[in-house]
Write a protein that binds this ligand. Structure first.
Ligand code: NAD
Length: 377
Protein backbone atom coordinates (compact mmCIF):
# COMPACT_ATOMS: atom_id res chain seq x y z
CA UNK A 1 0.00 0.00 0.00
CA UNK A 2 1.36 3.42 -0.95
CA UNK A 3 1.96 5.77 1.97
CA UNK A 4 0.17 9.09 2.48
CA UNK A 5 1.77 11.83 0.44
CA UNK A 6 4.19 14.15 2.22
CA UNK A 7 5.09 17.51 0.74
CA UNK A 8 8.52 19.05 1.01
CA UNK A 9 8.82 22.75 0.18
CA UNK A 10 12.22 22.98 -1.51
CA UNK A 11 13.96 26.36 -1.47
CA UNK A 12 17.22 26.01 -3.44
CA UNK A 13 18.22 29.69 -3.08
CA UNK A 14 21.53 30.98 -4.41
CA UNK A 15 25.12 29.98 -5.13
CA UNK A 16 25.69 26.25 -4.79
CA UNK A 17 22.16 25.83 -3.33
CA UNK A 18 20.47 24.66 -6.58
CA UNK A 19 23.41 22.34 -7.43
CA UNK A 20 23.38 20.48 -4.12
CA UNK A 21 19.57 20.45 -3.94
CA UNK A 22 19.60 18.64 -7.31
CA UNK A 23 21.50 15.78 -5.67
CA UNK A 24 18.82 15.43 -2.99
CA UNK A 25 16.22 14.90 -5.72
CA UNK A 26 18.09 11.73 -6.72
CA UNK A 27 17.80 10.46 -3.14
CA UNK A 28 14.11 11.37 -2.92
CA UNK A 29 13.49 9.42 -6.13
CA UNK A 30 15.03 6.32 -4.54
CA UNK A 31 13.01 6.82 -1.36
CA UNK A 32 9.80 6.97 -3.40
CA UNK A 33 10.69 4.12 -5.80
CA UNK A 34 12.21 1.72 -3.30
CA UNK A 35 11.50 2.71 0.30
CA UNK A 36 7.75 3.05 -0.06
CA UNK A 37 7.69 6.78 0.70
CA UNK A 38 5.43 9.15 -1.15
CA UNK A 39 7.26 12.47 -1.17
CA UNK A 40 6.22 15.31 -3.42
CA UNK A 41 8.56 18.27 -3.76
CA UNK A 42 7.51 21.79 -4.64
CA UNK A 43 10.13 24.44 -5.39
CA UNK A 44 9.94 28.07 -4.28
CA UNK A 45 12.34 31.00 -4.45
CA UNK A 46 14.17 32.56 -1.54
CA UNK A 47 17.12 34.94 -1.15
CA UNK A 48 18.90 36.62 -4.05
CA UNK A 49 17.01 34.83 -6.80
CA UNK A 50 13.71 35.83 -5.17
CA UNK A 51 14.90 39.46 -5.03
CA UNK A 52 15.67 39.29 -8.77
CA UNK A 53 12.31 37.74 -9.65
CA UNK A 54 9.92 39.22 -7.07
CA UNK A 55 11.75 42.20 -5.59
CA UNK A 56 11.81 40.60 -2.13
CA UNK A 57 13.89 37.87 -0.47
CA UNK A 58 10.82 36.06 0.80
CA UNK A 59 7.83 36.27 -1.58
CA UNK A 60 4.31 35.53 -0.33
CA UNK A 61 4.10 32.48 -2.59
CA UNK A 62 7.13 30.98 -0.81
CA UNK A 63 5.58 31.56 2.60
CA UNK A 64 2.25 30.01 1.61
CA UNK A 65 4.04 27.06 -0.05
CA UNK A 66 6.00 26.43 3.14
CA UNK A 67 2.84 26.64 5.25
CA UNK A 68 1.22 23.90 3.18
CA UNK A 69 4.25 21.60 3.38
CA UNK A 70 5.23 18.93 5.91
CA UNK A 71 8.77 20.34 6.06
CA UNK A 72 11.16 22.79 4.38
CA UNK A 73 14.40 21.82 2.66
CA UNK A 74 16.58 24.86 2.08
CA UNK A 75 19.78 25.28 0.04
CA UNK A 76 21.49 28.53 0.93
CA UNK A 77 21.13 32.22 0.20
CA UNK A 78 23.30 35.20 -0.65
CA UNK A 79 26.23 36.16 -2.80
CA UNK A 80 28.25 39.13 -4.05
CA UNK A 81 25.61 40.04 -6.63
CA UNK A 82 23.37 41.42 -3.84
CA UNK A 83 26.06 42.95 -1.60
CA UNK A 84 25.27 46.47 -2.84
CA UNK A 85 21.78 46.35 -1.29
CA UNK A 86 21.12 47.92 2.11
CA UNK A 87 21.63 45.33 4.87
CA UNK A 88 17.92 44.77 5.58
CA UNK A 89 17.23 44.14 1.88
CA UNK A 90 20.05 41.60 1.41
CA UNK A 91 19.17 37.93 0.80
CA UNK A 92 20.03 36.70 4.30
CA UNK A 93 18.06 39.37 6.19
CA UNK A 94 15.14 39.73 3.78
CA UNK A 95 14.96 36.01 2.97
CA UNK A 96 16.38 33.56 5.46
CA UNK A 97 16.11 35.51 8.72
CA UNK A 98 12.58 36.55 7.80
CA UNK A 99 11.62 32.93 7.13
CA UNK A 100 13.09 31.82 10.48
CA UNK A 101 11.13 34.56 12.22
CA UNK A 102 7.93 33.86 10.31
CA UNK A 103 7.86 30.24 11.49
CA UNK A 104 9.34 30.98 14.92
CA UNK A 105 12.07 28.36 14.69
CA UNK A 106 13.32 28.53 18.28
CA UNK A 107 15.27 25.29 18.33
CA UNK A 108 18.34 24.66 16.22
CA UNK A 109 20.04 21.27 15.85
CA UNK A 110 23.54 21.10 14.45
CA UNK A 111 25.24 17.74 14.37
CA UNK A 112 29.04 17.82 14.17
CA UNK A 113 30.28 14.37 13.29
CA UNK A 114 33.88 13.46 12.59
CA UNK A 115 33.79 10.67 10.03
CA UNK A 116 36.59 8.32 10.92
CA UNK A 117 37.75 8.32 7.28
CA UNK A 118 38.11 12.10 7.37
CA UNK A 119 40.16 12.42 10.55
CA UNK A 120 42.95 14.12 8.65
CA UNK A 121 40.69 17.15 7.99
CA UNK A 122 40.31 17.95 11.68
CA UNK A 123 42.65 20.61 13.06
CA UNK A 124 42.90 18.55 16.27
CA UNK A 125 45.77 16.18 17.06
CA UNK A 126 45.47 12.62 15.83
CA UNK A 127 45.42 11.14 19.35
CA UNK A 128 42.26 13.18 20.01
CA UNK A 129 40.50 12.47 16.73
CA UNK A 130 41.28 8.73 16.86
CA UNK A 131 38.25 8.26 19.12
CA UNK A 132 36.02 10.11 16.64
CA UNK A 133 33.11 12.25 17.83
CA UNK A 134 29.49 12.85 17.06
CA UNK A 135 28.10 15.91 18.85
CA UNK A 136 24.57 17.21 18.47
CA UNK A 137 24.43 20.91 19.39
CA UNK A 138 20.94 22.01 20.40
CA UNK A 139 20.84 25.78 20.49
CA UNK A 140 18.04 28.11 21.58
CA UNK A 141 17.52 30.39 18.60
CA UNK A 142 14.97 33.10 19.28
CA UNK A 143 15.72 34.33 22.81
CA UNK A 144 18.62 35.46 24.97
CA UNK A 145 20.96 38.36 24.43
CA UNK A 146 20.45 38.62 20.65
CA UNK A 147 16.84 39.69 21.10
CA UNK A 148 16.65 40.84 24.75
CA UNK A 149 15.51 44.41 25.42
CA UNK A 150 16.70 46.97 26.36
CA UNK A 151 19.70 47.14 24.06
CA UNK A 152 21.44 50.11 22.54
CA UNK A 153 24.30 52.58 22.45
CA UNK A 154 23.83 55.77 24.53
CA UNK A 155 25.87 58.68 25.73
CA UNK A 156 26.38 59.81 29.30
CA UNK A 157 28.09 63.22 29.34
CA UNK A 158 30.82 62.63 26.76
CA UNK A 159 31.19 58.90 27.26
CA UNK A 160 29.39 56.44 25.01
CA UNK A 161 28.15 53.20 26.55
CA UNK A 162 26.43 50.15 25.08
CA UNK A 163 24.26 47.46 26.59
CA UNK A 164 22.43 44.24 25.72
CA UNK A 165 20.09 42.16 27.80
CA UNK A 166 20.48 38.42 28.31
CA UNK A 167 16.94 37.38 29.20
CA UNK A 168 15.25 33.97 29.31
CA UNK A 169 11.79 33.10 30.54
CA UNK A 170 11.19 29.70 32.09
CA UNK A 171 8.91 28.73 29.22
CA UNK A 172 11.64 29.39 26.61
CA UNK A 173 14.07 27.14 28.49
CA UNK A 174 11.46 24.45 29.12
CA UNK A 175 10.43 24.08 25.48
CA UNK A 176 13.98 23.63 24.18
CA UNK A 177 15.01 21.38 27.06
CA UNK A 178 11.98 19.20 26.33
CA UNK A 179 13.11 18.72 22.73
CA UNK A 180 16.67 17.92 23.82
CA UNK A 181 15.49 15.34 26.38
CA UNK A 182 13.05 13.73 23.95
CA UNK A 183 15.84 13.27 21.40
CA UNK A 184 18.27 12.02 24.06
CA UNK A 185 15.74 9.50 25.36
CA UNK A 186 14.92 8.18 21.89
CA UNK A 187 18.56 7.90 20.82
CA UNK A 188 19.92 6.87 24.23
CA UNK A 189 22.27 9.84 24.45
CA UNK A 190 23.54 11.92 27.35
CA UNK A 191 23.01 15.68 27.66
CA UNK A 192 25.53 18.32 28.67
CA UNK A 193 23.74 21.56 29.44
CA UNK A 194 26.04 24.54 29.12
CA UNK A 195 25.64 27.83 30.97
CA UNK A 196 27.48 30.38 33.10
CA UNK A 197 25.52 29.83 36.29
CA UNK A 198 28.43 30.96 38.45
CA UNK A 199 28.01 34.52 37.12
CA UNK A 200 24.76 35.04 35.22
CA UNK A 201 21.26 35.03 36.76
CA UNK A 202 19.78 33.95 33.42
CA UNK A 203 22.04 30.89 33.59
CA UNK A 204 20.89 30.10 37.14
CA UNK A 205 17.32 29.92 35.84
CA UNK A 206 18.53 27.96 32.79
CA UNK A 207 20.19 25.33 35.02
CA UNK A 208 17.25 25.04 37.47
CA UNK A 209 14.74 24.71 34.62
CA UNK A 210 16.81 22.09 32.78
CA UNK A 211 16.99 20.11 36.04
CA UNK A 212 13.20 20.32 36.40
CA UNK A 213 12.68 18.94 32.89
CA UNK A 214 15.31 16.25 33.52
CA UNK A 215 13.07 14.78 36.24
CA UNK A 216 10.59 13.73 33.52
CA UNK A 217 13.37 11.81 31.74
CA UNK A 218 15.11 9.73 34.43
CA UNK A 219 16.87 7.51 31.89
CA UNK A 220 18.75 10.45 30.31
CA UNK A 221 22.13 11.25 31.92
CA UNK A 222 22.52 15.00 32.49
CA UNK A 223 25.63 17.01 33.28
CA UNK A 224 26.18 20.77 33.54
CA UNK A 225 29.28 22.62 32.39
CA UNK A 226 30.25 26.28 32.52
CA UNK A 227 30.71 27.65 29.03
CA UNK A 228 34.41 28.47 29.48
CA UNK A 229 35.16 24.91 30.56
CA UNK A 230 32.95 23.55 27.76
CA UNK A 231 34.94 25.47 25.14
CA UNK A 232 38.11 23.80 26.46
CA UNK A 233 36.63 20.33 26.81
CA UNK A 234 35.36 20.36 23.21
CA UNK A 235 38.94 20.84 22.02
CA UNK A 236 40.54 18.47 24.53
CA UNK A 237 38.16 15.54 24.18
CA UNK A 238 35.11 16.04 21.94
CA UNK A 239 34.25 12.35 22.24
CA UNK A 240 32.90 12.98 25.78
CA UNK A 241 29.85 14.82 24.38
CA UNK A 242 26.61 13.48 22.88
CA UNK A 243 24.11 16.34 23.09
CA UNK A 244 25.10 19.89 23.97
CA UNK A 245 22.09 21.93 25.11
CA UNK A 246 22.63 25.64 25.37
CA UNK A 247 21.42 29.22 24.93
CA UNK A 248 21.46 31.35 21.80
CA UNK A 249 24.78 33.15 22.47
CA UNK A 250 26.73 30.18 23.81
CA UNK A 251 25.26 27.93 21.12
CA UNK A 252 26.29 30.31 18.35
CA UNK A 253 29.91 30.10 19.46
CA UNK A 254 30.10 26.45 20.54
CA UNK A 255 28.28 25.05 17.49
CA UNK A 256 30.84 26.79 15.27
CA UNK A 257 33.65 25.40 17.42
CA UNK A 258 32.19 21.89 17.03
CA UNK A 259 31.85 22.42 13.26
CA UNK A 260 35.43 23.69 12.97
CA UNK A 261 36.94 20.61 14.61
CA UNK A 262 35.29 18.34 12.02
CA UNK A 263 37.26 20.32 9.42
CA UNK A 264 34.62 20.00 6.71
CA UNK A 265 31.84 22.58 6.34
CA UNK A 266 30.51 20.76 3.27
CA UNK A 267 29.49 17.79 5.43
CA UNK A 268 27.42 19.52 8.12
CA UNK A 269 23.61 19.66 8.09
CA UNK A 270 21.25 21.51 10.44
CA UNK A 271 17.61 21.52 11.45
CA UNK A 272 15.34 24.10 13.06
CA UNK A 273 12.00 23.48 14.75
CA UNK A 274 9.11 25.53 16.01
CA UNK A 275 6.60 24.75 18.73
CA UNK A 276 4.51 22.57 16.43
CA UNK A 277 7.70 20.62 15.60
CA UNK A 278 7.48 21.91 12.04
CA UNK A 279 11.02 21.77 10.70
CA UNK A 280 13.37 23.45 8.27
CA UNK A 281 16.53 21.67 7.15
CA UNK A 282 19.62 23.24 5.58
CA UNK A 283 23.40 22.86 5.33
CA UNK A 284 25.41 24.63 8.02
CA UNK A 285 27.56 26.37 5.38
CA UNK A 286 26.64 29.22 3.09
CA UNK A 287 26.11 29.65 -0.65
CA UNK A 288 29.85 29.28 -1.45
CA UNK A 289 29.85 31.65 -4.46
CA UNK A 290 33.58 30.92 -4.97
CA UNK A 291 32.72 27.43 -6.27
CA UNK A 292 29.28 28.08 -7.76
CA UNK A 293 28.48 26.33 -11.09
CA UNK A 294 31.78 24.42 -11.07
CA UNK A 295 30.28 21.04 -10.18
CA UNK A 296 32.71 20.74 -7.24
CA UNK A 297 30.47 21.57 -4.25
CA UNK A 298 30.08 18.81 -1.69
CA UNK A 299 26.41 17.73 -1.67
CA UNK A 300 26.74 15.69 1.55
CA UNK A 301 25.64 18.51 3.92
CA UNK A 302 22.50 18.94 1.82
CA UNK A 303 21.82 15.19 1.62
CA UNK A 304 22.34 14.90 5.39
CA UNK A 305 19.86 17.77 5.83
CA UNK A 306 17.35 15.72 3.84
CA UNK A 307 18.17 12.74 6.04
CA UNK A 308 17.39 14.80 9.16
CA UNK A 309 14.10 15.82 7.54
CA UNK A 310 13.22 12.18 6.94
CA UNK A 311 14.07 11.35 10.54
CA UNK A 312 12.47 14.26 12.39
CA UNK A 313 9.65 15.51 10.15
CA UNK A 314 8.62 12.30 8.39
CA UNK A 315 9.46 10.18 11.44
CA UNK A 316 11.44 7.54 9.56
CA UNK A 317 14.68 7.15 11.53
CA UNK A 318 15.60 3.80 9.94
CA UNK A 319 15.37 5.22 6.44
CA UNK A 320 17.40 8.26 7.55
CA UNK A 321 19.97 5.84 8.97
CA UNK A 322 20.11 4.04 5.61
CA UNK A 323 20.91 7.35 3.88
CA UNK A 324 23.65 8.10 6.43
CA UNK A 325 25.03 4.60 6.04
CA UNK A 326 25.22 5.04 2.26
CA UNK A 327 27.23 8.24 2.75
CA UNK A 328 29.59 6.41 5.14
CA UNK A 329 30.04 3.59 2.62
CA UNK A 330 30.91 6.04 -0.16
CA UNK A 331 33.50 7.68 2.10
CA UNK A 332 34.86 4.29 3.19
CA UNK A 333 35.40 3.38 -0.45
CA UNK A 334 37.59 6.49 -0.72
CA UNK A 335 35.40 8.75 -2.84
CA UNK A 336 35.91 12.44 -2.05
CA UNK A 337 34.68 15.76 -3.39
CA UNK A 338 37.31 18.47 -3.91
CA UNK A 339 36.87 20.10 -0.46
CA UNK A 340 37.61 16.86 1.44
CA UNK A 341 40.12 15.35 -0.97
CA UNK A 342 43.84 15.03 -0.19
CA UNK A 343 44.57 14.63 -3.86
CA UNK A 344 43.37 17.75 -5.64
CA UNK A 345 43.80 16.01 -9.00
CA UNK A 346 41.60 13.09 -8.14
CA UNK A 347 38.14 13.84 -6.80
CA UNK A 348 34.51 13.22 -7.69
CA UNK A 349 32.19 16.00 -8.83
CA UNK A 350 29.01 17.15 -7.10
CA UNK A 351 26.92 15.07 -9.49
CA UNK A 352 29.14 11.99 -9.20
CA UNK A 353 28.97 12.14 -5.41
CA UNK A 354 25.16 12.34 -5.60
CA UNK A 355 25.10 9.36 -7.99
CA UNK A 356 27.39 7.31 -5.74
CA UNK A 357 25.28 7.90 -2.63
CA UNK A 358 22.16 7.04 -4.64
CA UNK A 359 23.74 3.78 -5.86
CA UNK A 360 24.77 2.78 -2.34
CA UNK A 361 21.28 3.59 -1.06
CA UNK A 362 19.76 1.25 -3.66
CA UNK A 363 22.28 -1.43 -2.59
CA UNK A 364 21.27 -0.87 1.03
CA UNK A 365 17.65 -1.35 0.01
CA UNK A 366 18.52 -4.58 -1.79
CA UNK A 367 20.29 -5.85 1.36
CA UNK A 368 17.99 -4.63 4.16
CA UNK A 369 15.09 -2.78 2.52
CA UNK A 370 12.18 -4.88 3.78
CA UNK A 371 13.54 -4.80 7.30
CA UNK A 372 14.11 -1.04 7.22
CA UNK A 373 10.62 -0.31 5.89
CA UNK A 374 8.86 -2.66 8.29
CA UNK A 375 10.65 -1.20 11.34
CA UNK A 376 9.99 2.39 10.31
CA UNK A 377 6.27 2.55 10.84
P1 NAD B 1 30.37 29.78 2.89
O1 NAD B 1 30.00 28.77 3.91
O2 NAD B 1 29.45 29.98 1.77
O3 NAD B 1 31.82 29.45 2.33
C1 NAD B 1 32.97 29.32 3.16
C2 NAD B 1 33.96 28.35 2.48
O4 NAD B 1 33.44 27.02 2.59
C3 NAD B 1 34.15 28.63 1.00
O5 NAD B 1 35.48 28.39 0.64
C4 NAD B 1 33.24 27.62 0.32
O6 NAD B 1 33.69 27.23 -0.97
C5 NAD B 1 33.31 26.44 1.30
N1 NAD B 1 32.09 25.62 1.27
C6 NAD B 1 30.91 25.90 1.86
N2 NAD B 1 30.01 24.94 1.58
C7 NAD B 1 30.66 24.03 0.80
C8 NAD B 1 30.27 22.82 0.18
N3 NAD B 1 29.04 22.31 0.31
N4 NAD B 1 31.19 22.15 -0.56
C9 NAD B 1 32.44 22.61 -0.68
N5 NAD B 1 32.86 23.76 -0.11
C10 NAD B 1 31.99 24.46 0.61
O7 NAD B 1 30.56 31.16 3.72
P2 NAD B 1 30.90 32.63 3.18
O8 NAD B 1 31.91 32.56 2.07
O9 NAD B 1 31.22 33.41 4.40
O10 NAD B 1 29.53 33.19 2.60
C11 NAD B 1 29.16 33.14 1.23
C12 NAD B 1 27.73 33.64 1.08
O11 NAD B 1 26.86 32.74 1.77
C13 NAD B 1 27.50 35.02 1.67
O12 NAD B 1 26.64 35.73 0.83
C14 NAD B 1 26.83 34.72 3.00
O13 NAD B 1 26.02 35.77 3.40
C15 NAD B 1 26.03 33.49 2.64
N6 NAD B 1 25.69 32.62 3.79
C16 NAD B 1 24.49 32.00 3.74
C17 NAD B 1 24.13 31.13 4.74
C18 NAD B 1 22.81 30.41 4.63
O14 NAD B 1 22.18 30.46 3.59
N7 NAD B 1 22.38 29.73 5.67
C19 NAD B 1 25.01 30.84 5.79
C20 NAD B 1 26.26 31.46 5.78
C21 NAD B 1 26.61 32.35 4.77
Amino acid sequence: MKKKQKIIAVLPGDGIGPEVINETYKIIKVLNNYFNLNIKTKEYHIGGIAIDKFGTGLPEITISGCKKANAILLGSVGGPKWNFLPLNKQPERSGLLKLRKKFNFFCNLRPAKLHIELQNLSPLKKEITLKGFNILCIRELTGGIYFGKPKGIKKNKNEKYAFDTEIYSEFEIKRIANIAFEIAQKKKLKITSIDKANVLESSVLWRRTVEKIAKKFPSVPLKHLYVDNAAMQIIKDPSQFDIILTSNLFGDILSDECAAITGSIGMLPSASFNEKKFGMYEPAGGSAPDIQNKNVANPIAQILSLSMLIEYSLNKPKIAFAINKSINEVLKKGYRTLDISNNKENFVTTKEMGNLITEFLIKEYEKNGKNIISKDI
